[in-house]
Design a protein around this ligand. Structure first.
Ligand SMILES: [Zn+2]
Ligand SMILES: [Zn+2]
Length: 332
């Protein structure tokens, strides 16, 4: 039997449709790991030694071991938006904003499950620095941090990377989730995500793992099989307000979540998004930042497009069980 579910934290709907599971899942591109990949690709602009193919490096996290860096930041060569000569009178007409790429590792063949713990931590710190700095740019009203891994998830480069886009507006999808959270706060005087987290920890059926600082859950109204949701246990509106201990804990838990996904679903393509992104109004009690890992295992069709309702063929509670059991990561 199918079941309608509405995400209590943002109002988005999903239909959990186990009958659809009789159709094969579509691991869209399986992160491009068909066959063994080399640690270096001479044609990849993100590989060390190929800097001539890149715009100038904006920042990098140095280390002693060759090639001398853990991760680095460059402007996107094909940006969605650009700062140009400064803030224009009409930022929307000119596509004003900033679009950066974080090259996450010198290794062409590595993904989050493969990184050394220190490199993972350095990456989360780099995300935090660039994300926070982007919010300070003049005329910027929201900043989005995301990661596309694998061709099916929209990655044009096989080399592990993430992106930060600074926008002169609050995107409609973010605005509607914010409005939902604010309405809940207005009615109940509580943060909707804090309330959902407490219910989930109590019920325990969709919990994958809990640490001092974070909970790793499969969301009640998951839009795809094996979706995972990293929720800070301390109420803070924005990732930019996380403290050093939280970032260290996030690095560890995010890597474990990626390892669990790789192990349970065979290294599918996936996206990571930070919600609701950074916003100038950061003191608000209604908004609670979180991170989602959304595997690319189904292909949305006309129904999803017209309805805005996701169709998920796997039951979230069963996904949580399989992710919990995926103890040993699929390490190479
Ligand atoms: Zn590369
Ligand atoms: Zn909260």
């Amino acid at each position: 039997m199918s079941e309608f579910r509405q995400d209590p934290t943002n109002g988005r709907w999903a239909i959990i449709a186990p009958e659809r599971a009789e159709r094969p899942l579509e691991p869209n591109g399986s992160a491009g790991t068909a066959g063994v990949r080399a640690a270096f690709d001479p044609d990849c602009p993100f590989c060390p030694g190929n800097e001539a193919m890149l715009p100038p490096i904006a920042e990098q996290s140095a280390c002693d071991a060759p090639p001398g860096w853990r991760n680095r930041v460059v402007p996107n060569k094909y940006p969605i938006l650009s700062l140009g000569g400064g803030q224009p009178a009409d930022p929307l007409a000119r596509g004003y904003g900033r679009h950066e790429v974080i090259i996450e590792t010198p290794r062409h063949d590595a993904d989050l499950p493969d990184l050394a713990p220190g490199d993972m931590h350095s990456l989360v710190e780099m995300w935090h620095r660039r994300f926070t700095a982007a919010l300070e740019l003049p005329g910027i009203r929201s900043v989005q941090l995301f990661r596309n891994h694998g061709k099916g998830a929209g990655a044009s480069q096989g080399h592990a990377h993430s992106q930060i886009v600074a926008l002169p507006l609050v995107p409609p999808g973010v605005a509607s989730a914010l409005a939902w959270a604010r309405e809940h706060y207005g009615e109940r005087r509580e943060c909707v995500t804090c309330a959902e987290l407490a219910r989930e920890l109590d019920a325990s059926v969709r919990v994958v793992e809990v640490t001092d600082r974070f909970a790793l859950l499969v969301p009640y109204a998951s839009s795809t099989p094996f979706e995972q949701w990293i929720v800070p246990r301390r109420h803070r509106p924005c990732f930019s307000q996380s403290d050093a201990e939280e970032r260290a804990a996030l690095a560890t838990l995010l890597q474990r979540a990626a390892q669990r996904l790789a192990s349970a679903a065979g290294r599918p393509a996936y996206n990571i998004i930070v919600e609701p992104g950074a916003l100038p109004a950061q003191g608000e009690p209604a908004v609670h930042w979180t991170m989602r890992i959304v595997p690319d295992l189904t292909t949305p069709g006309g129904f999803e497009m017209i309805s805005g309702i996701a169709v998920n063929p796997l039951i979230p509670e069963e996904c949580a069980e399989r992710l919990r059991d995926a103890a040993q990561p699929d390490m190479r």
